[in-house]
Design a protein around this ligand. Structure first.
Ligand code: PLP
Length: 427
């Protein structure tokens, strides 16, 4: 049975909210998604029944330890990690990347080389730039083609050398929507002896993530982008994490994943993240039977989550088709991203555009007036916006559907933008 939008939407209390009689249309999902009941229940249950610090010998602390381990196991299922010990929770992707770059930095020497890209969110750029500044590392830049909106992988060959230590790349762009061929990048970088750090923040909500199939070394994502609470997650290959020195307080455990999980984490957040994975498993169990066979060797929750993400990707493709066709029909509107339906397997439904004669902030404000939530500016993809030459013009407008959005919502958005294009006062 394919995804049933009504059953999905029933799970998300926020989707039923209206303001002054106008339903909310959440198309700001790349900046953060709404949460299903399972997340709310898990969070509430943790705070009422288990609230304690970890590592004690009494009931609530023992329950906390068990729940935190289960949260790690759930994320291992989501990412197809070989072990839950490879999953590190933290405040958010940015903070984890800053901390982790310092650990990696302890293994690097002046003149070692990092490869960064013009397509990445700054959270996968600035930590490495600052590390390079501190240690005297050399930074090389991988561009993207401004007509195909893909990395230039031939250019990557020219950037690699025997001094390459790390490439920091994204799985899906938060601005262009492109899904990148991370596996091919890993093969090239590994052949040169480097490691690959993948920002999967914008991919995980839209498709099955399999760190083993990708062959990457580290991968980061954020639970609040995949229907969970505000929290970041880092996955790393166990042998690498074991070897890397952690910035930690001395009494804290040296075991994985705890050596990288500094201080007291958001236990209620981790309970909520567990709930988000359980929600996805429910989607997989109830609405994605056709994909189960592809994952028959996975344990049950892992199988259901990965099947769910396949069903979600298929459903979202229908939203992408509707959205892109609708926007393309608006005079003066330019989509900055892949628009060929034959290539929609290479994009998530995040669509950024500019509209002649309209500043992106004004477009977003006018849509907000119709209770349609979209983002504008560079959304911290400052390299992308500069590379497109739009940094002095307010950047782009970003429309980011996810699996709980409907075709009707897409039509409402398109009609509102079209009305703006025609110069009407209110969409
Ligand atoms: C692609 C990408 N990477 C990284 C981040 C930063 O994530 P966090 O807010 O968890 O630090 C974002 C946030 O929007 C993002 O879209």
């Amino acid at each position: 049975m394919p995804l049933d939008p009504d059953r999905i939407r029933e799970q998300f209390p926020a989707l039923a909210l209206e303001d002054d009689g106008q339903p909310r249309v959440y198309l700001d999902n790349p900046a953060g998604t709404q949460v299903p009941r399972r997340v709310l229940d898990r969070t509430h249950d943790y705070l009422v029944h288990m609230n304690a610090n970890a590592g004690g010998v009494f009931r609530t602390s023992e329950a906390t330890d068990a729940l935190l381990e289960e949260a790690h196991r759930a994320v291992a299922d989501l990412l197809n990690a070989a072990s839950w010990r490879e999953v590190v929770f933290g405040q958010n992707m940015t903070t984890l990347t800053f901390a982790f770059s310092r650990s990696l930095g302890r293994t690097l020497k002046p003149g070692d080389e990092l490869i960064l890209t013009r397509m990445d969110h700054d959270a996968n750029v600035a930590p490495w730039l600052l590390l390079a500044e501190d240690l005297g590392l050399t930074v090389k830049w991988l561009p993207f083609d401004t007509t195909t909106y893909r990395y230039d992988l031939d250019a990557l060959d020219g950037l690699l050398s025997e001094r390459t230590r790390l490439a920091a790349v994204n799985y899906a762009s938060n601005a262009l929507g492109t899904i990148n061929d991370v596996r091919a990048i890993c093969e090239k970088v590994h052949a040169a002896g480097g490691l690959v750090y993948v920002d999967a923040v914008q991919y995980v909500p839209h498709g099955p993530t399999d760190v083993q199939a990708l062959g990457c070394d580290f991968l980061v994502c954020s639970a609040y982008k995949f229907f969970g609470p505000h929290q970041g997650i880092l996955w790393g290959r166990e042998a690498l994490l074991e070897r890397l020195p952690a910035y930690k307080v001395r009494p804290a455990s040296d075991a994985l994943p705890f050596k990288f999980e500094t201080g007291t984490l958001s236990h209620e957040g981790m309970a909520g993240t567990l709930g988000a994975v359980e929600y996805l498993a429910w989607v997989g169990a109830t609405m994605a039977a056709e994909y189960h066979d592809a994952y028959r060797h996975f344990p049950e929750r892992r199988r259901h989550v990965h099947a769910a993400m396949r069903a979600i990707a298929a459903y979202e493709r229908t939203l992408s088709e509707r959205l892109i066709a609708g926007l393309q029909a608006i005079p003066g509107l330019t989509i900055h991203g892949i628009t060929d339906p034959a290539c929609f397997g290479e994009r998530v439904p995040t669509v950024s555009f500019t509209l002649d004669g309209h500043h992106p902030r004004d477009v977003a404000r006018r849509l907000a007036g119709a209770n349609i939530f979209v983002w504008d500016g560079d959304y911290y993809a400052c390299e992308v916006v500069r590379h497109l030459g739009l940094h002095t013009r307010g950047g782009l407008v970003r429309v980011g559907p996810c699996h709980y959005n409907t075709v009707e919502e897409i039509d409402r958005l398109v009609a509102a933008v079209a009305a703006l294009g025609e110069g009407r006062a209110r969409p």
